[in-house]
Structure formats: structure tokens, C-alpha cells
Design a protein around this ligand. Sequence first.
Ligand code: GCU
Length: 415
Amino acid sequence: AHVGHPTNMEPQTNYDESAVPSYELPDPLIDAAGNPVATAADWQSRRRPEILRLFEDEVYGRMPGPFESSHTEILDEDPGALGGRAVRRQTRLRFGDDETSPAMDLLLYLPSEATGPTRVFLGLNFFGNHSIHTDPGIRLSTEWMQSSKSNQIVDHRATEASRGVFASRWPVADILARGYGLATIYCGDLDPDFDDGYANGVHPLFYQDGQTQPEPHQWGSISAWAWGLSRGLDVLEEDDAVDAAHVAVMGHSRLGKTALWAGACDERFALVISNNSGCGGAALARRRFGETVAAINGNFPHWFCDNHRAYNDCEDELPVDQHQLIALAAPRPVYVASAIDDQWADPKGEYLASRHASPVYELLGQRELDAQQMPPVSQPLADGSIGYHVRPGGHDVTTYDWNRWMDFADRHWRG
Ligand code: GCU
């Protein structure tokens, strides 16, 4: 199974390290007025909100709080799922009072042998909850999704044959065996991934009278998906079987950008994981290596807020860069994973952003990413509060990645 990508081949794409322009990164510890940020309290109360606001207004767009008339319904529960290894629970959160209001379905697996509240990984998926496992008990998504022959999506709808098409990206049995739970939501429940001027999905729920699309500083699709992750955490907080103080938010690619942004906006997420998130995710924009701001805004005009277009081919004018997005996770543990053949996502830029987030972690008394060089493949740097690895292979999520994240979570949560 694979995601249908656009060409990923802008004619002017740079893949040559020696052609990376020289650039100066905005310093996370010098504020907009030029004053140094010297204490943890200063970071938390002054500089962190300043950076967050810049990412809201200039990159992803501001998102609203929870929708007032939301209703939770447990659709079904199976205490003997996956041959008795798991408890499976599917919960619907509906935004509005009638059947036609948008809704998101959260699929949760918990290890059946758990004796107390379980720590959970929460992530969005690309092709419906049923795409993560062949379990016939998972409800087949009926929402719009990108048509894809290889993933058995016909006329924008899932078919029975699409069950488990992305199972390799979600090693559910391994996750349960290590004592963790897994929760997932289809990103298209929040906002279908195409440019329709924000007519569908959750954006219209919040329009003022007469408003037909978000303002230039208001949320695009990545913010809507991140908002959905927070709503997923709301659902998990209501579940006594979940240890909601230990929920890791994770995501791959566009949904990895989303996971970083969700972790920045919602400090309830205890751990943040980005996989191959690239441009607009963990990779430094100023390097202009692989995908660029102009390329991403051109191919995906709905992902970011409209203000972000001002930085097409003007990366040096951005008041932030992506190391500061990673720093917004501090002091919580954050893990950035790259794949060496995924040059479009700029693995080196992802490593550098992780390293340049370090001063914030240090200021907050956390152990930083102390490697001065990008590590070779398969040599994770994960002893501190910022984890990083680059694995062999291409743009994908593998069991290797999951094992590193679970090792990292074990280290931070179980000592
Ligand atoms: C495209 C896009 C990337 C994105 C990826 C994905 O390649 O250019 O920015 O991360 O799709 O989401 O799979």
C-alpha cells in the first residue's frame, strides 16, 4: 500500500548539499524585540507564546477551542478483539446536534492484560481506521478519501478490500505486547484532504455569519487535523482505561507535520513524534533542500493558512523556522524520525532542526541533542529529551521506527 504522491519533482528542486544557501536561523532564545530569554519562566510565560503565535499567524493558522455542542457516543466495544489480545473500543465524537453534522470516529486498542490505565499512542491515519489492521470489527470508513487503486479506494470511498492496506505502518500486536494502547482517527473525518475552499470538514462549524472561508491567519487543513488530535485526547481523557497524562501524539508525513503542530498547541500531549514530516514539519525551511515552501503551498494550497504564501521563495523572511516548532514541545520529550532515501523531506534538515531546538531544552533543564554531526543510518540519538534517528529506506513508517519510539517512551515514562 502506498500513498499517491504528487510528482515530488519540481524541476528546480535542490538535492545538492553544496547548493544549500547560507542562512541565519531565528534564535529561539532571543525574543522579537531582541531581548535574551534567560530563564525557564521567561520562556514559558513570554517567549513560548510569542513563537506559538507566529506559527499560528504565519504558518498553520489559528485554530478554535473545542466545538460547544459536541456529543460522544461509544459505537461498540469488544473485550476479546484480536484473538483475545485486545480490548477494542470505537467512539464517535459528533460536532453538532444532528446526524449530518461532521463527526470523527476514534478507534482504540488496549492490551487485554492491562491492570490499570494504559499509556497510549494517538495518531491520525490517511485511509480510514480500517486501513490500519485487517480486524473485521473495525468500522469501514464511509467518508471521502483520495481514490487509489493500490489501496482499494474506489470513487473516493473505501471498499472491504481496503481493510489493513496500511497494516505495516501500525504494528498493533507489537504495541499491545509492550503494554501500550493505540488510538487512531481518519484525518478526513476532520477535513477531507483536497482544496475545496474549506467548504467541508470542521472549518464551517466555526464560521461567523456571512463567513465562507477562514481569514488569512485562521486555520488551514493541518490545523484542523491537529485540532482533531486534541479532540481525540478529549475523548481519551474521559476513558478510565486510558492514562491520559501519558498520551504520545505521532504522525507520518503530512500527518507528522500535524503531530508536531498538535504537540505545540496542546501541552496535554506528553510526548511528540514526527515521522518523515519534512517541509512544514521537522525540516528547516531555510535550507530549501527537497520540498520548499513554494512547492508545498503550490501543491497543497489548503494545508497552511493563506498568510503562509507570502514566504514562497522568501524563506529568510519567515519570523520562525521549524527548529522552533520542535522547541515548542519542550520540556516534553520529542522524537524526530527520518528516512535516508526520503530526500524530498530533507533528513539532514530534520536533524538540524532537532539539534537547534536543543537550547530551549537545556534552558528547561532537559538533556539536549548533543551530537554535532548527523548520525549515520540506524544509530538513534535518543538518550536525551530530543530523540532522532535516520533509518535506511524511503518515505514510510516501519516497525523499526515504532520500536525506537516505544524504547523512547519506556525510557521517559518507566525510567
Ligand atoms: C507529499 C508532500 C509532503 C508530504 C507527503 C505526505 O510528498 O509534498 O509534504 O509530507 O506528501 O504526506 O505523504
